[in-house]
Design a protein around this ligand. Structure first.
Ligand code: ATP
Ligand code: MG
Length: 219
């Protein structure tokens, strides 16, 4: 279970404060797959970063299972994240001077999480078998996105947070990627929170939530 209680979060930049959330509550059941929708700027990526402990709320608490991550020190949060959370970033965040294989294996080196698939196996699953020695700049946007997805599934961790994982793919490839995420979700039983702007993609999830004016509503 992912549980957010009384979360408040504001950003202040150039003397201007923007409040995204005030006393927000949210629960995501263990093993479920939820889609998070909402207009650009609504705060979806911010919400995902809060759940990942990349950002901290101004007040309130966030628990993943039994762990209240808002009480963890920075070091403890880094260690916790490595063992529990995979993240697919809106902009992939592949390491440019590492090959496809190295990008995937790096996650396991850093996180010390057990391996769920061999690198060959996961590359086959994202149909990138022939491209394991390439560098990110030698791949198309869609191929980079698939590396990011492979990297997110290779470690055996219970939570997957995905920020528009099909945002750079055409309809056909997006649909294939969603088929893959569906299968991997069934195999792993992980809990997935996925941001998407696409209603068809969102419909793949068990439940769809919309973030609007700092409030979450189930669709
Ligand atoms: N570091 C920051 N400092 C100040 N404001 C920020 C910061 N990060 C985000 N914001 C603001 O917070 C709001 C929410 O940003 P966020 O990235 O969470 O939106 P989003 O729902 O993911 O949008 P998109 O669909 O475009 O990715 C935006 O208005 C943004 O300008
Ligand atoms: Mg975003």
């Amino acid at each position: 279970m992912i549980s957010l209680q009384n979360i408040s979060k504001s950003y202040t930049s150039r003397g201007e404060t923007v409040t995204l959330f005030t006393d927000l509550d949210w629960r995501v059941e263990t093993g479920s797959f939820v889609a998070l929708m909402g207009a650009s700027g609504a705060g979806k990526s911010t919400l995902l970063s809060l759940i990942a402990g990349i950002l901290t709320p101004d007040s309130g608490s966030i628990s993943l299972g039994e762990t209240d991550i808002t009480t963890l020190s920075t070091d403890a949060m880094i260690a916790y994240r490595g063992g529990h959370i995979a993240f697919i970033f809106q902009a992939f965040e592949l390491i440019p001077n590492l090959t496809v294989t190295e990008n995937i294996d790096l996650v396991l080196d850093i996180s010390h999480a057990p391996r769920r698939y061999t690198t060959d196996e996961i590359l086959e699953r994202v149909w990138l078998t022939g491209k394991w020695r390439r560098y990110p700049n030698e791949l198309s946007g869609g191929e980079q996105q698939r590396v990011a997805i492979a990297r997110a599934f290779v470690a055996d961790v219970p939570y997957l947070l995905a920020d528009e994982p099909t945002g750079n793919l055409d309809e056909g490839n997006a649909s294939r990627i969603m088929d893959l995420i569906d299968i991997l979700h069934q195999e792993t039983g992980n809990t997935i929170v996925m941001i998407t702007h696409d209603v068809d993609i969102a419909s793949r999830a068990d439940t769809v939530w919309r973030l609007h004016n700092g409030q979450l509503q189930q669709k």
